[in-house]
Write a protein that binds this ligand. Structure first.
Ligand SMILES: Nc1nc2c(ncn2[C@@H]2O[C@H](COP(=O)(O)OP(=O)(O)OP(=O)(O)O)[C@@H](O)[C@H]2O)c(=O)[nH]1
Ligand SMILES: [Mg+2]
Length: 306
């Protein structure tokens, strides 16, 4: 069976190769390091989308350690970077869900078009069903014709029921029905899939607020979790999206998808550093099992693995 480590490792292969190769190419044969080397290291790290602030902190630290004679080789630099990234990421990332004390735990999935909301919803349903929890899905993307069908296929694949309405129906009313159904059926978890929306469109952002208000009429402290699903392969674009959703949709966690398809997995660190939002899950492929609870230690190890 694949371990968590091997899953992260194969998913992060491209990011790892770029990061390690970049560091090695800067310091490879150097007998001593100087200003130019540090500038190149900074450039190399920024290219993996670790973000400017994180990169500067890493470079400063490495410089200081080198000048104090603590580190000498490229592998020291890699080890140092790994440990620093772990420190940056490890504060509050590893408790993905606090389950509701009674009634269903309601999770609202939001994000821009194509970020991976529906796929992540399906993967989560699969994971929790396998853990023996009962999961109900709500197809609140009534905007795109094929979206309801797409979620139903996930429902069949994972053995979860799906609450849906007609194409064009009010997503808030489907959310309302779904919360009642989840309560009546004693579901453990209700995952609400919503339509992709550009973070710049105010009307659509207001619609999210309406969905939340309606859910609260049924369960006052729901949704218990509102997760922004961001496509990690869009690199620093993801930062901008997170900013807008954070201000208008009150998100409390992130799912970062498509880390398998990018060499810029460093963006996970940049996003976390910028928003101090916990990273709940990461998507490492298209299959239902290609999802992992974010684990800072394993993430950092995999990002620098041999
Ligand atoms: N490689 C890879 N592909 C992914 C991952 N997550 C989602 N995808 C793919 O990304 C594409 C879009 O995924 P969806 O789940 O439909 O995205 P969405 O956010 O629901 O899209 P809209 O509802 O149109 O806004 C699909 O082809 C998925 O298979 C991932 O972790 N890795
Ligand atoms: Mg979708």
């Amino acid at each position: 069976m694949e371990t968590i480590y091997t899953k992260f490792k194969s998913g992060l292969q491209r990011s790892k190769t770029l990061l390690v190769r970049n560091i090695q190419s800067v310091f490879g044969a150097a007998e001593s390091w100087d200003k130019i080397d540090y500038e190149q290291l900074e450039e190399a790290l920024i290219r993996t989308d670790l973000g400017v602030q994180v990169t500067r902190r890493i470079v400063e630290y490495i410089k200081e350690q080198y000048e104090r004679g603590v580190i000498h080789t490229t592998s020291d630099i890699i080890e140092c970077t790994k440990q620093l990234l772990y420190v940056f990421l490890s504060d509050d990332c590893e408790t993905p869900v606090v389950y509701a004390e009674s009634g269903p735990t309601v999770i609202l999935m939001v994000g821009v078009n194509g970020s991976g909301k529906t796929t992540t919803t399906g993967k989560l349903a699969n994971m929790w069903q396998q853990e023996g929890k009962s999961v109900l899905l709500a197809a609140c993307d009534t905007f795109r014709a094929a979206a309801i069908e797409q979620l139903k296929i996930w429902g069949e694949r994972t053995g979860c029921q799906v609450i849906s309405g007609k194409y064009g129906a009010d997503p808030a009313s489907i959310a309302f029905d779904a919360v009642h159904a989840a309560t009546a059926r004693k579901s453990d978890i209700l995952i609400i899939d919503t339509a992709g929306r550009q973070h710049t469109k105010k009307g659509l952002m207001d619609e999210l607020a309406k969905i939340k208000r309606i859910i609260q009429k049924a369960i006052s402290n729901a949704p218990h979790e509102t997760w922004l699903v961001v496509d990690g392969s869009t690199g620093t674009n993801a930062l901008q999206q997170a900013k807008m959703f954070q201000s208008s949709a009150d998100i409390n966690g992130l799912c970062i998808t498509k880390l398998d398809g990018t060499s810029k997995g460093g963006v996970v660190v940049a996003i976390h550093d910028e928003f101090k939002l916990p990273i709940k899950f990461v998507g490492l492929g298209e299959k239902e099992s290609d999802i992992q609870i974010f684990n800072a230690k394993v993430f950092c190890e995999a990002l620098f693995s041999e």
